[in-house]
Design a binder for this molecule. Structure first.
Ligand code: NAD
Length: 364
């Protein structure tokens, strides 16, 4: 396959972890006989410095023409200044909007060698491997609002059938590729939007995905069950605000932010007929450790695996990358954020370990 991938390293540890993702994508291309044209563009704080805008036109244009986009992280204290016309994060928000990505997929997998890094007991987190699909562009974060005025303020949660149906479809498709078990999370005992959410979810799954087993959970119960029985979930789908909160809770299960990838997908297709996605590690630019060569590159590498799976349809290659990450962890490689008793390794050493495992597995 031939594919164009836009790379947006951004700020802080962004360039360091992007190098790791590139090394892995280059190895995949070489081992599996693909050609990936990778083009770097500016975004975030560095784009503000150099071009005066956090999402320059040529960056946006390149993203809209690419088969997939990899973004590492934006922002940092250097740009936390009220005198700047725009903030680095505005570049990312504008990019998500322009790409029309309305579903955010966050896989949460506790790799067996890391069960002890989780704050939960090992026998509870063991086997945890699920995906949260969060609606990203609707709901209470985008509804009519009033800022505090004379002691009163409000936010409004609005959802349309179409907004719900498209994200549920996306989640059901993910469930079809996995264990065919979908949990829809809402607050239907209180909220009208949740009652609509439930009706639409039931209809879409029954009519279009009859093989998927659908279950409903109230968001408060879901928050508890994620801690009590995380290993029983397969795919969860939920509205924007519930997803925002539950994905952070779920992230804690994995032990480190440096382990968590994400994919944001919409309806626009690339030239291969797959969604033109935006792939990002969940973590930010980690300014406290930037430039030291100690960042965990695994979230970026696992985001590259998601890119292979969802935007290029390369499932075998995605699994090979995920397996190589697991093997590097099994072999004892740990960056500082993961190390308990082990001697921590650098970003580059961890990347070399993953690349080595990938070559060994594919070559052998
Ligand atoms: P952060 O995720 O950057 O860092 C939180 C903590 O986790 C820090 O101690 C950091 O060192 C550690 N950490 C994060 N990623 C790591 C990795 N790969 N390896 C090892 N340790 C890692 O969040 P923050 O400190 O709240 O934000 C820092 C900056 O990043 C802010 O400017 C914020 O706006 C921005 N941010 C950007 C994004 C994004 O680009 N999508 C997301 C979140 C935060």
């Amino acid at each position: 396959m031939e594919a164009t991938i836009v790379l947006l390293p951004g700020d802080g540890i962004g360039p360091e972890v992007t190098q790791a993702a590139v090394a892995v994508l280059e190895t995949v291309a070489e081992m599996f006989g693909h050609t990936f044209h990778m083009q770097e563009h500016l975004i975030g704080g560095v784009a503000l410095d150099v071009r005066g805008h956090p999402l320059p036109d040529d960056t946006l244009q390149a993203c809209l023409e690419a088969d997939a986009v990899f973004l590492a992280a934006v922002g940092g204290p250097r740009w936390d200044r009220p005198d700047l016309p725009m903030r680095p994060e505005q570049g990312l928000l504008a990019l998500r909007k322009a790409m029309g990505v309305f579903a955010n997929l966050r896989p949460v997998r506790v790799f067996p060698p890391l069960v002890h890094a989780s704050p939960l007991k090992p026998d509870i987190v063991k086997g945890t491997d699920f995906v949260v699909v969060r609606e990203l562009t609707g709901g209470i974060y985008f509804g009519p609002r009033q800022e505090p005025t004379q002691g009163r303020a409000y936010d409004t949660m609005v959802y349309t059938e179409e907004e719900i149906a498209r994200v549920v479809r996306m989640a059901a498709r993910v469930a079809m590729q996995r264990g065919k078990h979908l949990v829809s999370v809402d607050k239907a005992n209180v909220l009208a939007t949740s009652r609509l959410w439930r009706q639409v979810t039931e209809r879409v799954v029954a009519q279009e995905f009859p093989q998927v087993v659908l279950e409903h959970l109230l968001v408060d119960a879901a928050a508890m069950h994620l801690l009590r029985r995380p290993s029983t979930f397969d795919v969860l789908v939920t509205a924007n605000m519930f997803g925002d909160i539950l994905t952070d809770e779920a992230a804690a299960l994995a032990g480190s932010l440096g382990m968590l990838p994400s994919a944001s997908l919409g309806e626009t297709r690339n030239r291969h007929g797959f969604p033109r996605g935006l792939y990002e590690p969940v973590h930010g630019s980690a300014p406290d450790i930037a430039g030291q060569g100690i960042a965990n590159p695994l979230a970026a590498i696992l985001s590259a695996a998601l890119l292979l799976r969802h935007s290029l349809g390369l499932e075998k290659e995605a699994r090979a990358v995920e397996r190589a990450v697991e093997q590097a962890l099994e072999a004892g490689f740990r960056t500082l954020d993961l190390a308990v008793e082990e001697e921590p390794v650098s970003t580059r050493a961890m990347t070399r370990a993953v690349v080595g495992m990938l070559r060994g597995a594919v070559g052998g």
